[in-house]
Ligand binder design. Structure first.
Ligand SMILES: [Mg+2]
Length: 257
């Protein structure tokens, strides 16, 4: 009976979960309360890059640094400075946006970027997506276990990821705020997230997920059909776009305004 009631509630919550392109927080919190009342652990699953965090400042920092330390790139300092706040998914596209066409310069920028982007030292430059810190804390305070499910490699980014979450005010390093990372950046993200989803089922009942990659969002929708799933209209890998599952709700960010 409780299960049936919850299913009905989940459907209602999903219908109203993103009116006007934003999350209906009361509906989500009600689902958390219902789940706790049924004796289960409510779980919220969040991807990190381009979901809870905007990676643009990380890329911008690296391009600025490259222009500082490599004399052949210094003439491009002003090009980098004029880049918009939101940068594309691929560094190649950021260089094009900056108007940098010289092949050797592009190669040097990309080499500097790729040697450092996926490291502890630079992920601390990411900034939270609007509303992300408030939403995650509100869910955590309401009794939900937060799972950060990221494809970042544990070998090169664990310390930086934990520090970035901590510095930005996300709950972390608690039994109720768990970080799941890939052992290394190598390997298919979808395979990793499929396996992780099976393991997360042991933590509790997943009520809400958020992702910026359509393939991963679909994996969540398939694994947790009763949950509310959000797809972030931020940036994503242009080579991996697939049609989204019907139940997934598109949002620009997590703001409640
Ligand atoms: Mg992502």
């Amino acid at each position: 009976m409780v299960g049936l009631l919850f299913t009905v509630f989940s459907c209602r919550a999903r219908e109203s979960a993103a009116r006007d392109g934003r999350i209906d927080l009361p509906a989500v919190l009600e689902a958390v309360a219902q789940t706790r009342a049924s004796g289960e652990t409510p779980v919220a699953v969040f991807d990190l890059d381009a979901t809870l965090f905007d990676n643009s400042p990380r890329t911008r920092r690296l391009l600025e640094e490259a222009a500082q330390v490599d004399p052949t790139l210094t003439p491009y300092t002003e090009h980098i400075r004029k880049l918009p706040q939101q940068l594309p998914y691929r560094v190649d596209d950021s260089l094009t946006l900056a108007g940098i066409t010289d092949r050797d310069a592009r190669k040097r920028f990309k080499a500097y970027w790729s040697a450092r982007f996926f490291t502890d030292d630079y992920c601390i430059y990411d900034i939270p997506i609007p509303g992300a810190v408030d939403l995650v804390n509100t869910l955590h305070d309401a009794g939900a276990t937060i799972v950060y499910l990221t494809s970042r490699g544990e070998d090169r980014m664990k310390a930086g990821t934990i520090e970035s979450l901590r510095q930005n005010g996300f709950p972390i390093m608690k039994s109720t705020a768990v970080l799941i990372m890939k052992p290394t950046i190598r390997g298919k993200d979808t395979t990793y997230k499929e396996i992780a989803a099976k393991n997360i089922k042991n933590i509790g009942k997943v009520l809400i997920t958020a992702e910026n990659e359509s393939q991963n969002a679909n994996i969540f929708a398939e694994n947790w059909p009763e949950a509310t799933h959000f797809y972030l209209n931020t940036t994503c890998n242009p080579k991996k776009i697939v049609p989204l599952h019907d139940s997934i709700i598109k949002i620009d960010d997590f703001s409640q305004k």
